[in-house]
Ligand binder design. Structure first.
Ligand code: FHN
Length: 476
């Protein structure tokens, strides 16, 4: 069935390119049963919405929020959601934390307002992280919110609250599950094989349960898929993607889920992206000059505020914490290269957010309220990167997002052959001088009053004769 489905998609793409709107980039040379099912970006409405949203919030919330990085009086510097592993806590002991799960200050509507005000268009929620604790009352696991003092369906409350605010909800799901006796890191014996089959059946049940209980979910973001056990069961990664897409037409799935017949992850053995978007940019971003190839596919990056804390850690002094401008820089950087950015939050065990996270959300919100037009629905502009910041583009609107003020007071713009920069203005319409300095090179004047924050200029480009995007062509 799966093979037939893949062949059908391949046939569609190879003929008029009708299914996906574009012709394939290359003919596969390694025959694969579980490789990519398309060679170009998905162009349907659901995928466009995913892409246009551009800015998301990530929420890592689980039992690890209770110890907050400390076990038996020792504070561990590593990621708080991995504390069970750092402190070598047996699962049975770790899961005892469920008895303390009672987030009395949890208010899903307040969370939704906070993310909305920040300018996030979607929220990715950890339904289940590596520890195995489920934020929904799964009937397939004893380790869920249903069996805690709190008792209520947290995921359900969040989905409703976020959707009520007009935010899309994406589900983070860790396939690796430390609470399950049948989880295996590798398959070395026939017994491993049998146990892991049971584990995959359990995982299917949970995924089906999530998709049917919360049918407004727009995306499944898989994690914990890097072990040999999964790579040796590539069929399952292809099956899980197909199953979710049959249950929820339009749903998007990240590349991290997928492995091909040879255990190759994200990109198959023919170099084609698996899943709908690339999800390897975690706490890092592609180089804006050297890595322009990423503009050819959809991708989403995610980032932490401290160096590497996703779940709540009580001591943020242990690593550098980014400033709002540094976070904004990364958001705009991603969009300027055709990617999405998800900013992580790790709520406290009581259900509230730490003050630093609230302040960050507010600071980002003040900026997105003024300048968000340079993010939503925007894409790679096809212009060479300049030191002052980043370009983004939506249709004919090109935005210059200025982070660094040049001493000269002029912002250099280099255009493609056949393209002229004819006007520039602040978003409130205040015009800025544009001076042609040499062929395809212009200076745009800084505003007379420095906005005192990263700001946005709308640039008008006029095409003269045959425009030629040499930066795009250099990619192929
Ligand atoms: O191990 C996890 C980590 O805790 C966190 O969830 C991140 C988020 O992208 N994913 C894994 C590491 O890649």
């Amino acid at each position: 069935m799966r093979k037939a489905f893949s062949s059908l998609l391949l046939a569609c793409a190879l003929t008029a390119g009708t299914a996906w709107g574009q012709a394939p980039a290359a003919k596969p040379d390694v025959p694969l049963k579980y490789g990519a099912t398309r060679f170009e970006k998905r162009q349907d409405d659901a995928m466009r919405k995913f892409r246009d949203n551009r800015l998301g919030a990530f929420i890592h919330w689980g039992l690890y929020a209770i110890p907050g990085g400390e076990w038996d009086g020792k504070v561990y510097r590593g990621a708080a959601e991995w504390l069970k592993s750092w402190a070598k806590v047996p699962s049975a002991e770790w899961l005892e934390l469920m008895k303390q799960w009672n987030p009395t200050r949890f208010d899903a509507r307040a969370w939704a307002k906070m993310m909305k005000n920040m300018g996030a268009r979607y929220v990715k929620i950890t339904t289940k992280h590596h520890e195995g604790f489920c934020l929904w009352p799964s009937k397939y696991s004893p380790y869920t919110v249903a069996h805690t003092p709190y008792g209520k369906d947290i995921l359900g409350e969040l989905v409703k609250a976020f959707n009520d605010e007009g935010l899309d909800v994406h589900f983070y799901f860790s396939v690796m599950d430390w609470s399950h006796p049948d989880w295996r890191y590798d398959i070395k014996t026939p017994e491993d094989s049998v146990a892991f089959r049971r584990f995959l059946a359990f995982t299917d049940n949970q995924l089906r349960e999530l998709a049917t209980r919360y049918p407004t979910v727009k995306d499944f973001w898989f994690d914990g898929t890097w072990d040999a056990s999964i790579k040796k069961n590539a069929w399952w990664t292809a099956h899980a993607e197909t199953m979710l897409k049959e249950l929820l037409p339009g749903v998007t799935v990240n590349s991290r889920l997928r492995a091909d017949d040879y255990g190759k992850r994200h990109f198959d053995s023919n170099g084609h992206l698996m899943g709908d978007y690339e999800s390897g940019y975690e706490r890092k971003l592609p180089d804006p000059v050297r890595d322009l190839r990423v503009t050819q596919w959809d991708w989403e990056a995610c980032m932490t505020l401290p160096e590497n804390q996703w779940g709540y850690h009580k001591d943020w002094s242990l690593s550098y914490v980014k400033t709002p401008v540094e976070v904004l820089d990364r958001i705009v950087h991603a969009v300027s290269m055709g990617g999405n950015m998800v900013v992580n939050f790790g709520p406290q065990a009581d259900g509230d957010f730490r003050p630093e996270e609230k302040e960050m959300a507010e600071a980002l919100g003040r900026w997105t309220a003024r300048y968000g037009t340079c993010l939503y629905g925007c894409d790679y502009a096809g212009l060479p990167k300049q030191d002052w910041g980043y370009y983004t583009r939506r249709g004919d609107d090109v935005f210059m997002v200025v982070f660094n003020r040049p001493y000269s007071g002029w912002l250099t713009v280099k255009t493609n052959k056949g393209q002229r920069a004819t006007a520039a203005a602040l978003l409130d319409g205040t015009p800025l001088r544009v001076v042609e300095t040499t062929s395809n090179e212009y200076n745009v004047a800084m505003p007379s009053a420095d906005p005192g924050e990263p700001f946005v200029i709308r640039l008008t480009l006029t095409t003269t004769g045959k425009a030629n995007n040499q930066y795009r062509e250099a990619l192929t």
